[in-house]
Design a protein around this ligand. Structure first.
Ligand code: HGA
Length: 604
């Protein structure tokens, strides 16, 4: 959600801010703005629409200054209009701020501020903080921001500047913020990719931290002004990894990165000789009697795959529901329950809150996360990193694949530790896992065929996706990808469930994507395909290389390489990602920044 950037140093601030915003635009993108400290005071330029609208507005405006803040917005309070775009300023224009999150008590604060004579220019919750800081200000901006924050309730990352100070005051609670450390300059951002062109030395702020950032250094305290020590860390993400590298879209680039992503998720963790995996977890799987998966969106489908594997390979009862439901269903948890929280960003608020609920009830906790240093990693006992590198496309692809691989690792480890998976079976699986990067590479070569299928079906109004057992989450994920980036209505069902309702949808206009790879339920899936055919539906089958039988039944067949049936989802989801991508491109959609969505959902 919303992207925040800040700069203080010797460079032209607008250049650094726009560059940073471009790298954060995936977080939110209905409006954007910058504020720069110029010799004439603070100057704000902001526009509704995409970042390009702001860039256009800035052409011909001379904003000279070496200190500034910038923001891309994903509106929660107030429509995406120019006045509601950030930064927000006080009436005298001497204080300006940007905010990510929601101030829950803003209405009462706004009424009180109005009664005390403050005039408001936006409908946002964010603007109240600018006026509060103004009231508290007695010459010390750092202090004024802390005092103002004492009065707000809710989630925030904020950055505040004042015409009379060469400093940025930043604070966070819930919403992420990271400081980039330079020589004679310092940076601020919601996420690491914005900092990578300038520095890899960063400080992740924690909840309740307030920082004063000048060109010489950084001072961090808690809300009461007590100093807190935060270590600077080196991040290992490269700039190239966070750029498009010749692909027309981040999503396509990220789909093509999947072979090496799998290498890095699995690399060094597969112990073929021992028939085990090395996960470096202190947690003893024998002490776990039940797993509860906590995740949202794509990560939740990875979690559903995890449930099938943990039950099949480690024989641990595993519950699965989305985090926003888990949190409010008063789940039954005890000290032998493992809450397995999965999140690409590690900042997804529903997942964090559900995890906190599990912890309050006494669960053990394990996070499966991509972003190092993110909030989730600090709130779980242990972390299993998926090592997918920065994912910028809003619709997740490579992080999903890496999460699937992480689930496979976890299930093998748990199965071995609990003595229910024998060494030979495990060695077989590990050998198959080793092949995955190469097999995914082979699937990527099918892109021209998939583009052809997309061409034939991109005018459809609806799609149905069917899969069974471990391919059920693949069907869910395939439908989600298509919805997210093409805006075509798509539903997914476990194939056996089709006859209990969704079959009513089938006619000659409905393309039905069926995951029909080899495995124990292959024959049953073929029967489901027959049922679709009998009603005129068009079948697009994802099938195992060499399966000639299926050609007689399906209008289209996209082959994926032969692999252990439990690992088939890892190769089978790739054509579905490409299908969604090709259809979205044909329909002229904004693939990397689909409407209404944001990459890391930090509001409830
Ligand atoms: N509530 C603020 C900021 C929204 C936000 O953080 N979105 O992710 C607004 O509506 O402008």
């Amino acid at each position: 959600m919303c992207g925040i950037v800040g700069y203080v140093g010797f460079r032209k601030a607008t250049d650094v801010l726009l560059d940073g915003l471009r790298r954060l635009e995936y977080r939110g993108y209905d409006s954007a703005g910058v504020a720069v400290r110029t010799p004439e005071g603070l100057r704000v330029v902001k526009r509704s629409g995409k970042l390009s609208a702001l860039e256009e507005a800035l052409k011909g405006v001379e904003l000279s200054g070496n200190l500034g803040i910038g923001h891309t917005r994903w509106a929660t309070h107030g429509a995406p209009t120019d006045p509601n775009a950030h930064p927000h300023a006080t009436e005298d224009g001497r204080i300006t701020l940007i905010h990510n999150g929601i101030f829950e008590n803003y209405l009462e604060l706004k009424e009180a501020l109005k009664a005390r004579g403050h005039g408001f220019r936006s409908e946002t919750d964010s603007e109240v903080l600018a006026h509060l800081v103004e009231e508290k200000y007695r010459g010390d901006l750092f202090l004024a921001v802390r005092e103002a924050l004492e009065e707000v309730r809710g989630a925030y990352a904020v950055a505040v500047i004042h015409a009379g100070h060469e400093e940025i005051v930043a604070a966070r609670t819930v919403s992420p913020l990271v400081i980039g450390l330079g020589e004679g300059e310092n940076f601020l951002a919601s996420d690491v990719p914005a900092l990578l062109p300038y520095t890899r030395r960063v400080i992740f702020l924690h909840d309740g931290d307030v920082a004063r950032i000048t060109r010489e250094g950084v001072e961090i305290t808690d809300l009461q002004g007590r100093p807190v020590a935060r270590e600077a860390v080196e991040v290992d993400w490269t700039l190239e990894a966070a750029e498009k590298g010749g692909f027309p879209h981040y999503m396509l680039k990220e789909i093509h990165e999947q072979p090496w992503v799998l290498e890095s998720t699995l690399g060094g963790r597969l112990l073929e000789e021992e028939g085990d995996v090395a996960l470096d977890l202190a947690l003893d799987p024998k002490e776990v009697e039940r797993v509860q998966v906590i995740a949202c969106g794509t990560a939740s489908y990875a979690g559903l795959y995890g449930k099938y594997l943990l039950e099949a390979l480690a024989r641990i009862p595993t519950e699965w529901d989305v985090a926003s439901e888990y949190r409010y269903r008063d789940p039954l948890v005890d000290g032998k329950t493992l809450a397995l929280a999965i999140s690409q960003s590690g900042e997804t608020i529903d997942t964090l809150e559900a995890l906190r609920e599990a912890r309050r009830k006494g669960a053990r906790t394990l996070g499966v996360v991509n972003a190092k240093g993110s909030s989730l990693t600090r709130e779980v006992e242990e972390v299993l990193y998926i090592h997918a590198g920065p994912e910028i496309g809003v619709a997740s692809t490579k992080a999903y694949l890496a999460m699937l691989a992480a689930m496979a690792l976890l299930a093998v480890r748990f199965g071995r530790a609990r003595g229910v998976l024998d060494r030979e079976a495990s060695r077989g699986l590990i050998r198959e896992m080793r092949k995955l990067p190469r097999l995914v590479e082979e699937v990527l070569e099918k892109r021209p065929l998939i583009a052809h299928v997309a061409e034939k079906y991109h005018q459809a109004q609806d799609f149905l996706f069917l899969g069974r057992h471990v391919q059920t989450p693949t069907a869910y994920e395939g439908a989600l990808k298509l919805k997210e980036i093409s805006y075509i209505h798509a539903e997914a069902y476990p194939a056996g469930e089709m006859k209990h309702g969704p079959i009513a949808l089938i006619d000659e206009h409905l393309p039905v994507v069926v995951l029909a790879t080899q495995g124990p339920l292959y024959e049953k899936t073929l029967s489901n395909i027959q049922e679709v055919r009998a009603r005129g539906g068009k079948v697009i089958a994802i099938a195992t290389e060499g399966d000639e039988e299926i050609r007689k039944l399906a209008q289209e067949v996209i082959y994926v390489p032969q692999v252990h049936p439990l690992l088939a989802p890892i190769v089978s989801v790739v054509p579905l990602q490409l299908l969604a991508y090709e259809i979205a491109v044909l329909l002229g959609r904004d693939v990397d920044q689909p409407r209404n969505l944001a990459k890391s959902v930090t509001v409830e």
